[in-house]
Design a protein around this ligand. Structure first.
Ligand code: SAM
Ligand code: DTB
Ligand code: SF4
Length: 334
């Protein structure tokens, strides 16, 4: 068999079947770019409409002053980013932002809080906001830090569809980035979320100085969870002045495309989100990411504390590429 064909069938042979070894995922990263993209696009078309992209809006409902020391994060109280810390937003203001996001075309609304873990009194207020956002007909998502089993159950009961909790990188590289919690802490919360019946949004960041092996290991870890996360955000580091990673070397753009493709092949039925970092990204690179299997974005002019690609720009990009926003799944109206 000619070499290219045999590589393709090799890729096909191990497609879509966990457990994935880190070496298998690394082999995907190392495949010729065209073979990898062809494989990713083929898998994508088996599971999704290739021209539909899901739109999630983000809102920071409690900003800054976080006790954790995540090296990438401007919201950590350990770092010197130029950021004003705030209190938990009023429910009415959260609802107003959710209405705006819905009017702009988002189908999911993700509320982020700079906590290590929520206090029960704060959780009650978040639950009130979740119920109100869901009543607008939006899918609901929150990212509030570590949860106990009871907290996850309460959130689920309030109408929370998704919980975002990222593994961020490989277990080995994690300790270079965060010292105030362990990888196992992260995995424990993922288990509480699964146990509650909520859907999981879990991914990572590239561009923190990690190696390709770390990236491949992260993807394998995500794909090998008892259930792959329903949403997999792939963030490109937004280097924020004042954080330890402010001067991290940028990752080669094709490496982002390869990471998306590896996520698509190993988690074929998950939404893979081209997440933070789009504001500085050329349209051609975003188009390649969509071809590689990304089918979700953060939509709205802001992420949590930094800017995002603008809504106007995204509308134009979708029109140029013939992409359509995915309609709400119904999870938000049930
Ligand atoms: N405190 C909660 C936690 O850590 O799970 C929720 C909020 S935290 C800001 C959510 C995620 O945002 C992090 O896990 C990380 O993946 C991402 N993030 C934070 N700062 C980032 C940055 N500068 N660039 C890219 N992603 C970032
Ligand atoms: C995720 O994976 N990325 C989002 C969301 N989940 C909460 C956060 C990106 C944050 C980028 C930096 C900032 O705006 O603070
Ligand atoms: Fe806190 Fe989350 Fe930022 Fe870490 S990523 S410092 S836990 S807000």
């Amino acid at each position: 068999m000619p070499m290219i064909q045999s590589l393709q069938s090799e890729l096909h042979d191990n497609a879509e079947t966990p457990p994935w070894t880190a070496a298998q995922v690394q082999a995907l990263f190392e495949a010729p770019f065209n073979d990898l993209l062809f494989q990713a696009q083929s898998v994508h078309r088996e599971h999704f409409d290739p021209n539909q992209v899901q739109l999630s809006a983000l809102l920071s409902i409690k900003t800054g002053g976080c006790p954790e020391d995540c090296g990438y994060c401007p919201q950590s109280a350990h770092h010197a980013a130029d950021l004003e810390a705030g209190k938990l937003m009023d429910t009415a203001d959260i609802i107003a932002a959710a209405r705006e996001a819905k009017a702009a075309g988002a189908t999911r609304f993700c509320m982020g809080a700079a906590w290590r873990s929520p206090r029960d009194s704060d959780l009650s207020r978040v639950m009130e906001a979740v119920a109100a956002v869901k009543a607008l007909g939006l899918e609901t998502c929150a990212t509030l830090g570590m949860l106990t089993a009871g907290q996850a159950r309460r959130l689920k009961a309030s109408g929370l569809d998704y919980y975002n909790h990222n593994l961020d990188t490989s277990a080995d590289y994690y300790r270079e980035i965060i010292t105030t919690r362990s990888y196992q802490d992260r995995l424990d919360t993922l288990e509480q979320v699964r146990g509650s019946g909520m859907q999981l949004c879990c991914g990572g960041i590239i561009g923190m100085g990690e190696s390709r092996v770390d990236r491949a290991t992260l993807i394998a870890t995500l794909a090998n969870l008892p259930e792959p996360p329903q949403s997999v955000p792939v963030n490109m580091l937004v280097p924020v002045p004042g954080t330890p990673l402010q001067d991290a070397a940028a990752v080669e753009p094709f490496e982002l495309v390869r990471t998306i493709a590896a996520a698509r092949i190993t988690m074929p039925a998950s939404h893979v989100r081209l997440s933070a970092g789009r504001s500085g990204m050329p349209d051609e690179l975003q188009a390649l990411c969509f071809f590689a299997g990304a089918n979700s974005i953060f939509y709205g002019d802001r992420l949590l504390t930094t800017g995002n690609a603008s809504v106007d720009h995204d509308r134009e990009l979708f029109a140029r590429l013939g992409l359509r926003p995915e309609r709400a799944s119904g999870a938000g109206s049930g």
